[in-house]
Design a protein around this ligand. Structure first.
Ligand code: F6P
Length: 357
């Protein structure tokens, strides 16, 4: 049988480790398994491109960053819009058949899973594997790539902390995560940040500045503030995301970090700087936790294919590798619970979320 693999959406550490696990399992355990790679995610499937994958391609990629298959973003919204020669969805279904696929592995985030569910509804045998540094895929405790990003971001925050301490400055560190604050929360807690601003807990500038000014009065000469890319003011929270994005774009920026640093500096009188971590968090080798998780998830995906169990995506629940129906998870997100354990524990050790000083 012919199996296709694609990686779609923003990359992260561990994509190659999952490709390797799927490839090694199938080539060793399934008779006549033929593997093909589809380049640049759903882009390659829309265009009908593929190339053969051999056992040698998998062997030394466990700790290689990025994806040997390349990736691209293909907006879900455009999948069913008629264009020249039919919708992108129709082209993918036609190419799935033309390529003679018996199963397609789709490694990706929330958007990739929504498109995977569409393909499954159209009769394609699809199996998802949940990737993203944002950790926001519904139905799995953890996505692969998340822990590596936590390691990278927390190390960066700790490094920036030493310079904040030397200069007695307030430092804002912007961490990726537009909709969900998992990465900022975990990295911030792991690095001992004093303040963590995430999309799930809209903040007030007064509460932020009061907390930081109180630290100065208490003789704390520096402060570390972790700001999620998608952190937002309580006053913005009542607007729709598109309207917020419009106002931000008009102001010439997509995140609040630079402006907030300026206001904090003015209001507290403390020198304030900011750093944006950006793509550092997505690149490079997966950490040991992710190498193990990717291997377990990849093997589970390959076993599901071996049993002919399609229309599902792999998940980790209570440290057990399991799976969910694509139809049950597509279009849903997993957010930080503002009243959950992690936030409660953080508050208990003095972390401020900017909603109250
Ligand atoms: O893949 C997730 C993510 O890194 C988000 O945290 C971030 O908002 C987004 O991707 C950035 O996307 P792009 O690669 O398109 O700049």
């Amino acid at each position: 049988m012919r199996y296709g693999i694609l990686t779609s959406g923003g990359d992260c550490a561990g994509l190659n480790a999952v490709i390797r696990a799927i490839g090694m399992y199938l080539t060793r355990n399934v008779k006549n398994a033929e593997l093909i790679g589809i380049p640049e995610g759903y882009g390659g499937l829309i265009r009908g491109e593929s190339f053969p994958l051999k056992a040698a391609d998998f062997e030394s990629i466990l700790d290689e960053g990025g994806t040997i298959l390349k990736t691209s973003r293909q907006p879900f919204k455009k999948m069913t819009v008629p264009e020249d020669g039919g919708t992108r969805l129709a082209k993918m279904v036609a190419n799935y058949k033309k390529m003679g696929l018996g199963c397609l592995f789709a490694l990706g985030g929330a958007g990739t899973h929504k498109t995977a569910a569409l393909l499954a509804m159209e009769g394609c045998n699809v199996i998802g594997v949940p990737k993203t540094i944002d950790n926001d895929i519904y139905g799995t405790d953890v996505t692969f790539g998340f822990q590596t990003a936590v390691e990278v971001a927390s190390e960066a925050i700790c490094r920036i902390e030493t310079t904040a301490r030397s200069h007695s400055r307030i430092m804002l560190v912007e961490v990726m995560g537009n909709k969900a604050g998992w990465l900022t929360l975990h990295a911030g807690l792991a690095a001992g940040a004093h303040m963590i601003l995430i999309p799930e807990i809209p903040f007030s500038v007064d509460a932020v500045c009061d907390f930081l000014a109180a630290r100065v009065r208490a003789g704390e000469r520096y402060s570390m503030v972790c700001v999620a890319e998608g952190a937002l003011l309580a006053s913005e929270a009542r607007f729709k995301k598109e309207d917020r994005a419009f106002v931000r774009t008009e102001l010439g920026e997509s995140t609040v970090t630079r402006h907030l640093a300026e206001v904090i500096g003015e209001r507290t009188g403390v020198e304030t700087r900011y750093s944006v971590l950006g793509y550092l968090q997505r690149g490079g080798a997966p950490c040991a936790y992710d190498r193990l998780l990717c291997t377990r998830m990849g093997i589970c995906a390959a076993r599901l294919a071996e049993r002919g169990h399609y229309g599902v995506t792999v998940a980790l629940e209570d440290d057990k590798i399991t799976f969910n129906a694509l139809a049950d998870v597509a279009g849903k997100y997993k957010f930080v619970d503002p009243d959950g354990d992690a936030v409660r524990d953080a508050r208990a050790v003095g972390v401020c979320f900017g909603d109250r000083a």
